[in-house]
Design a binder for this molecule. Structure first.
Ligand SMILES: Nc1ncnc2c1ncn2[C@@H]1O[C@H](COP(=O)(O)OP(=O)(O)OP(=O)(O)O)[C@@H](O)[C@H]1O
Length: 260
């Protein structure tokens, strides 16, 4: 494990081959037209590699979700740019972006998640179908089994708990095998044992298939499963940890909270 202070925020995002890149990304929110803008991100440059599992950590309000949303093209940055698989997100029109996401990106988010009017099974196969593929029902059943929802295939999302819905989203990622997975607190609604099992599953598949996973988490034990942990504070990258254990993450977070 190594701790590395992050290089200057204006350093250009590296490796053109990286599937997920943020280049000098800033994001401001304005609560009303006359209000002063609140900066959520203040010039973040990061590149995430294929086959890597990455965690975004930091205090509440540090910009983790905003960064995920900008990277995924769900929010437009106020400045800077994001690229996915070498494609600048801002250059894609709405329909193109939706198509691109269906083909290449998986989400395990609290919102932007499941379609409420179709069953868990249908939700799992939806991205593959929209991308013109026909998933093998045996593979879908196996994924449901692996996330502990073998008996919930026909349930509508509204009849599932938050944790079960999260597991459906994870099964969806397992079946659709996107190049990139964005996850916001992927184990937030799960008990420790289930969270650990599904995380292991998600990370195992990502490493096997060369997916790039970027997740926001508050949980040091989740971050300890990652190859890289990016620590955010006040909308800036503060430091990075490589392959840390949970204790090292907790220490770094405490240090981050104490720093000015
Ligand atoms: N839709 C929004 N409108 C206005 N301000 C927002 C919006 N989303 C985020 N913010 C503000 O941007 C800043 C960063 O928020 P963000 O949700 O990205 O932080 P976070 O690190 O994910 O926090 P948490 O750990 O609590 O989820 C905060 O000051 C937040 O209040």
């Amino acid at each position: 494990m190594s701790v590395q202070p992050h290089p200057a925020q204006h350093a250009s995002a590296s490796a053109p081959a990286a599937p997920v890149v943020a280049d000098q990304v800033a994001k401001e929110y304005r609560h009303s037209p006359r209000a002063q803008p609140t900066p959520a991100l203040r010039g973040v440059s990061l590149a995430f590699a294929s086959g890597s599992i990455n965690a975004l950590m930091g205090p509440s309000g540090s910009g983790k979700s905003t960064l995920l949303y900008c990277l995924a093209g769900l929010e437009a940055p106020s400045a800077g740019r994001c690229s996915l698989l070498g494609q600048p997100v801002a250059a894609l029109g709405r329909a193109q972006l939706a198509k691109f996401r269906r083909r290449h990106v998986g989400f395990v988010f609290q919102s932007y998640n499941l379609v409420p009017s179709i069953s868990a099974y249908e939700n799992i196969v939806l991205p593959s179908r929209l991308a013109g593929r026909k998933p093998d029902p045996a593979v879908v059943r196996a994924a449901l089994e692996r996330v502990g929802l073998a008996d919930k295939a026909d349930e509508l999302p509204g009849r599932l708990s938050g944790g079960q819905q999260q597991r459906v989203a994870i099964a969806r990622v397992i079946v659709s095998q996107p190049d990139i997975v964005f996850a916001d607190e992927p184990t937030g609604a799960l008990d420790t044992a289930t969270g650990d099992a599904v995380l292991q599953l998600m990370c195992g598949q990502a490493r096997e298939r060369g997916q790039c996973v970027v997740m926001a988490t508050h949980d040091p034990s989740v971050a300890a499963r990652c190859d890289r942990v990016v620590l955010l504070k006040d909308g800036l990258v503060h430091a990075e940890l490589r392959a840390p254990d949970a204790d090292a993450v907790a220490v770094a977070l405490n240090r981050l909270r104490g720093s000015q």
